[in-house]
Design a protein around this ligand. Sequence first.
Ligand code: TMP
Length: 223
Amino acid sequence: MTSRRRGLFLTLEGIEGSGKSLQIRRIEAYLKDKGMHCLATREPGGTEFGRALRRVLLHKGSASREPLSELLLYLADRYQHLKEVILPALEQGITVLSDRYHDATRAYQGGARGIAETAIETLALSLDLLEPDGTILLDLEPELGLARARDRNQLQGSSLEEGRFEAEELSFHKAVREAYLRLAGRWPERIRIVQACGTPDEVFSRITPHLEEWITTVLGKGL
Ligand code: TMP
C-alpha cells in the first residue's frame, strides 16, 4: 500500500439509508470548526470521470453486466479518485472524508455479489490502493435502511437514475451488512462500528470519540 502522507484519510461505510451523506457533512463541519482543512468526497463519482461511471453503475436500467465487469468499473472510479483527488489532498495536509471506498467493494462485490476475496485484493494490491486511517461503519437493520433510502429516492425523484442497488432483494442487503461486520471484525482498529439508529445528533455523538482518537494517534495532535 502507498506510504503515509500528511493528511488524515477517513471513510464512511454502511448499507443504503444508513445516513452516511448526512454524517459526512457533520464530520466535515466539526473538523473545520477545529481548524482542520477537510475535503468531503465520494465513490463512485469523486471525479468527472467517476461521475460518468456513477451514472452507468447506478442506473436501474436493463443493461446486464457481469459481477467482474462491475468490479472493474468501481476500481476504475477508485483509481482515478485516488490519483486525482485523494492523494494530492493528503499530500497537502488536507483531511479527506470519503463517502465509501474500498470496503464497499469488499462488502458489495465480494460479500453480496460473491466475487472471491483474492480477486478483489489482488487487484487492489496491483493498483496500490491506500487503506484509510479510519473508517466509520454506520450499522443499521437493512429493513430500516432500505425504507429510508426509498423514501429519499422518492423525494428526490432519483429511483431510476440511482436505484440499482436499492432494488435488490433484502437478502442482498443483509449479505452486504454481514460482510461489513466481518470486515470490522478483521480490522477492529481501523473500522469502528457505530449504531446508525436514532437522531442524526445521537449518531454524530457516537462518531466524535473515534475522530478524536484518530486525530490524536494518526496525526499526533489532540483536538
Ligand atoms: P451511495 O453513493 O448512495 O452510497 O451509492 C453508491 C452505491 O454503489 C451503493 O449502492 C453501493 C454501491 N457500491 C458498490 O457496490 N461498490 C463500491 O465499491 C462502491 C464504492 C459503491
